[in-house]
Design a protein around this ligand. Sequence first.
Ligand code: ADP
Ligand code: ADP
Length: 227
Amino acid sequence: MIEFDSVTKVYPDGTTAIEDISFTVEEGTTTVLVGPSGCGKTTTMRLVNRLEEPTDGAVYFDGENTRSVDEIELRRNIGYVIQEIGLFDHMTVGENIATVPELKGWDEARIDDRIDELLELMALPREFRDQYPTELSGGQRQRVGVARALAADPDVLLMDEPFGALDPITRDDLQDEFLAIQDRINTTIIFVTHSINEALKMGDKIAIFDVGEIVQYDTPHEILANP
Ligand code: ADP
Ligand code: ADP
């Protein structure tokens, strides 16, 4: 589904964020990129939706080099959730969720149904669709962020420390709920965290990063057996 082939990223200021990274993400699985701050996880994730371009090597999406895929088209098929979710504060929750479906030209009735479906999926009350993000708690906003990223049934969902800014109890709840809905959404997920506990809990596969490289890439079971 997604393949990194000997990818190196050097930023314009000369920082080498990742060096010669290769790994494959299988369709329908959750792959977690885990490691301390600054080791290249976010850079790796942003290479998938072309918010960054490789300096060397290539990233393939369904067998096609992402360099030759239209960026806008690529991003419509790849949902993106970040820690401090960039919800549009001047738009209601419903309008936020509708953004990508509208870009894709879905008709109003279909978008309307989809908003209700996603609010239900993320355990948010239906009334929230007419409220503004600033009226919600941090955990609720993050649920809306996930709902918005899933709105147009993306093939891939990128999640960069999605629960990182939440208090431990809310984070735990959201992890559990997200695990429970993974089968329903049937999306390939790449998940970034610095928490090995979160990685072991959420991942089908885990890529352990050390400065700029992947030092282990395996199932949680294998990682626990061969630390
Ligand atoms: P992580 O997600 O693991 O915290 P990042 O991918 O954000 O790591 O960063 C990897 C390295 O690249 C770090 O040394 C970071 O400072 C550097 N870096 C990230 N973004 C940029 C940028 N836009 N310009 C220069 N250096 C950057
Ligand atoms: P747990 O695995 O128990 O959830 P974490 O690994 O998330 O614990 O770490 C606990 C707290 O420490 C987090 O809330 C986070 O804010 C902070 N923390 C740990 N490692 C880092 C890091 N590399 N960068 C930033 N914050 C960190």
